[in-house]
Design a protein around this ligand. Structure first.
Ligand code: HEC
Ligand code: HEC
Ligand code: HEC
Ligand code: HEC
Ligand code: HEC
Length: 305
């Protein structure tokens, strides 16, 4: 291994202490690297070394796993609780670095004090306390929810659904309108109003997907779409919090507004496609002209000879 590569290798982006945990595996990997790196060409060598670096950083992060999981994953934990870490590992929260203590509080670095209130442990929320528990991060959604029929019914009598009723607590996935279905939404009332809402959201959702695909296609063919990407992102973000109002007439009114904005965006992508086409035919024309000129020059040269 040359000096340069060994420098790339020994400068990982993790701190010395977390890195210490994985010294043994680093040494194994390094031995394997020394064997392998000699045999491969420079390009594969670099890719390989980068992959190993990534593997070590990932290993170092597992060594950094909160103590919560060490106990909660253990055999002595009662079965109903023991399945929680596995559910959480599949969640969108896990993918985005939201861990046990981000929701429950407590100290993820000190097993003895992990669940002590002095270290901020808040335990399990009551059914009616869940919205605020989640809403400390999802502020805009909490606001819409609290003002909704669901939020009011929850606060008044505990009869409304809370965040967990619709999203779950530990296996939370990326949200979409499939959460609105007959089974879930007819537990407490008829499905009728839910169905009308889903229809309105579905039409707008489809427009968003169509435009998203059109923009991807345009940018893959070299068109500049940053402005349109931004407009779509903003519209989508605003649209996605709308559901929590569960206000059927507001949803219909607002989706009409979003549809207008999206139709405007659709016109822009259409004209970008037209521009792309005319660029293509212009290039075709140029090619034809050059070819024609070539033939003329050739013929002229021949006649003069
Ligand atoms: C997104 C926030 C969130 C995260 C992250 C989270 N929890 Fe929870 N947890 C909750 C909520 C909300 C409840 C209450 C569940 C309910 O109402 O059904 C709960 C309940 C629990 C319970 C009690 C379950 C019961 O049946 O009484 C345990 C134990 C628990 N969580 C452990 C964990 C562990 C361990 C982790 C990390 C692997 C974790 N939680 C991560 C939100 C979270
Ligand atoms: C030393 C082992 C251990 C550690 C470390 C640990 N727990 Fe627990 N936890 C337990 C046990 C045992 C229970 C109770 C299970 C039962 O009721 O049988 C429990 C219960 C819970 C509950 C449900 C009961 C309640 O009070 O709400 C939550 C939530 C919870 N733990 C979260 C956490 C979080 C978050 C962390 C890390 C900051 C953590 N735990 C660290 C062992 C541990
Ligand atoms: C009655 C069911 C229901 C309840 C209660 C509920 N949600 Fe949702 N949530 C949904 C549905 C359906 C969507 C998808 C909406 C869409 O795609 O237009 C969603 C979307 C979301 C999103 C994604 C928004 C985005 O920007 O993409 C988050 C975050 C969320 N909910 C958090 C919460 C929180 C926090 C609570 C409690 C305060 C809550 N939800 C209560 C059904 C519910
Ligand atoms: C510590 C902050 C925090 C807490 C507490 C929290 N979340 Fe999240 N949540 C996040 C982050 C960060 C993301 C990932 C970024 C994103 O997708 O918006 C996320 C994503 C989500 C999504 C997927 C959003 C999407 O784009 O489709 C849902 C649904 C969600 N959270 C629901 C909940 C529910 C329900 C609770 C309570 C049980 C909760 N969250 C508690 C921070 C939090
Ligand atoms: C835990 C019970 C429960 C579940 C589950 C539930 N709801 Fe509701 N919902 C209520 C209550 C309570 C009200 C307020 C009383 C009423 O208007 O019927 C309500 C009201 C509504 C309203 C009328 C709101 C208004 O202000 O006019 C709509 C729309 C609605 N729910 C949609 C849904 C959808 C969509 C789902 C599934 C994603 C769902 N609900 C799941 C309990 C529930």
């Amino acid at each position: 291994m040359s000096k340069d590569q060994s420098e790339i290798w020994t400068k990982p982006t993790v701190s010395a202490s977390t890195y210490g945990n994985t010294v043994a595996s680093v040494q194994n990997i390094r031995a394997a690297m020394q064997k392998n790196c000699k045999m491969t060409s420079m390009r594969y060598l670099l890719a390989f070394c980068l992959m190993l670096l990534w593997a070590t950083v990932a290993a170092a992060q597992t060594g950094n796993e909160p103590v919560c999981i060490q106990c909660h994953d253990a055999d002595m934990m009662k079965p109903a609780f023991r399945k929680i870490p596995a559910e959480w590992r599949q969640s969108w929260h896990h993918q985005n670095g939201v861990s046990c203590h981000d929701c429950h509080g407590g100290d993820p670095t000190d097993a003895a004090m992990a669940m002590s209130p002095q270290r901020g442990f808040v335990g399990t929320p009551k059914y009616q306390g869940v919205p605020e528990f989640c809403g400390k991060c999802h502020v805009g959604i909490l606001k819409n929810y609290i003002e909704s029929g669901h939020g009011k019914a929850l606060k008044a009598s505990g009869s409304g659904p809370n965040c967990v009723t619709c999203h779950g607590a530990h296996d939370i996935r990326k949200a979409n309108i499939d959460i609105i279905n007959e089974q879930r939404c007819s537990q407490c009332h008829t499905y009728e109003r839910a169905g009308i809402m889903k229809q309105a959201l579905f039409a707008t959702e489809r427009k968003i997907r169509d435009i998203e695909n059109a923009l991807k296609k345009l940018s893959s063919q070299g068109m500049y779409t940053a402005e349109e990407d931004k407009t779509l992102f903003r519209t989508e973000a605003e649209f996605r919090t709308l559901f929590h109002t569960v206000d059927v007439s507001l949803v219909k009114e607002k989706t009409d507004g979003f549809d207008k904005q999206l139709d405007g965006l659709r016109k822009k992508t259409d004209s970008l496609f037209a521009e792309l086409e005319s660029r293509k035919s212009f290039t075709g024309l140029l090619t034809l002209l050059f070819a024609g000129a070539g033939v003329v020059v050739y013929l002229l040269a021949k006649t003069y000879r």
